[in-house]
Design a protein around this ligand. Sequence first.
Ligand SMILES: Nc1ncnc2c1ncn2[C@@H]1O[C@H](COP(=O)(O)OP(=O)(O)OP(=O)(O)O)[C@@H](O)[C@H]1O
Ligand SMILES: [Mg+2]
Length: 335
Amino acid sequence: MSHATGREEEWLQQRLKRHRNPTGTFEVQRPGGIWLQISEQRLEDDGILIVGTDITELKRTQEKLRDVGTELERQVAIRTRELTDEIAVRKNTETKLRTAMLQAEQANQAKSEFLSTMSHELRTPLTSSLGGLILLKNLMSDEFTDEGRNLVDMVLRNNETLLRLVNELLDYDKFLSGTLIIETRSNDITELTSAAVKNLQGYAQTQAVNILWDGNAPPLYAQVQEHRFEQVLNNLLSNAVKFSDPGADVEIFIKKEMGLVIVSVKDKGPGIPESFKAQIFKQFTQADSSSTRKYGGTGLGLAISKVLTESMGGTINFDTEIGVGSTFHVSFPAC
Ligand SMILES: Nc1ncnc2c1ncn2[C@@H]1O[C@H](COP(=O)(O)OP(=O)(O)OP(=O)(O)O)[C@@H](O)[C@H]1O
Ligand SMILES: [Mg+2]
């Protein structure tokens, strides 16, 4: 017996004991890897019935099953380890993301506070020097030489531009923090447009651009906040003038269509490149942002115009063709 090799005496004793007192079934392995199940039973005449069944196949199948089981356990252990690692990595990434978000929120908050404080700090001296300059110009205009008047006008214009920028920064910051509240009421859009055109005439003259607007157009009413509407139109008009060549016309149209009052500002400027169209209403974006750019500005006018228009329930969009010009439209619900 192969499995008894080396301990033959012991095996022989066990076998004799079992034979004298048959207890049922047991398994033995024969040379050549053959497995037998031996079943012994004592008969009534004291004889012994021995039945041997070849269970080699069964044993092989059991062995294979055991191997498969071991392999499965191994695979499960590997996958469990992988999953544990993955969960640890994911948790780590989540923690890092949460920290980064917190830091970004804090930075944004700090930026907002800085912007707000700086804008307020700048606004006070700017407003007072603007008032002083206007007084000086009115009181002493007779005593100025042409050169002196030009200088005062130039300082006045720059002061106004700075004040506008500071105010726009404040507005934009209010919009970002959700505190920009605009209360609208029914207003004559024709009248407000006339006021905006009047405000921009001075700038148009310095650029030698003609603003064409029918001041006698009939009144058309829409739901807006007057100052904010003028601000939007002022931004559209100043762009149209800025991007026009000297001698060119800028036209303004107003109409009521499908329950909306629509104001359009049309210029014959360079047009807006296809690649820039999607960016145009984002803050601080300009088609030409190079340091050698031809036109001034900060790239905030259209961003703030969109915010203001939409806060009043309106929409803003444009048509444009390179080398032909651009037309910006703002529309508000008629009433
Ligand atoms: N009428 C227009 N014709 C051609 N390009 C325009 C016109 N209006 C706007 N743009 C393009 O869109 C950009 C963004 O306009 P936006 O009014 O926001 O900023 P800006 O005029 O450059 O600066 P700001 O208005 O803050 O003084 C402009 O710099 C220009 O490239
Ligand atoms: Mg502008």
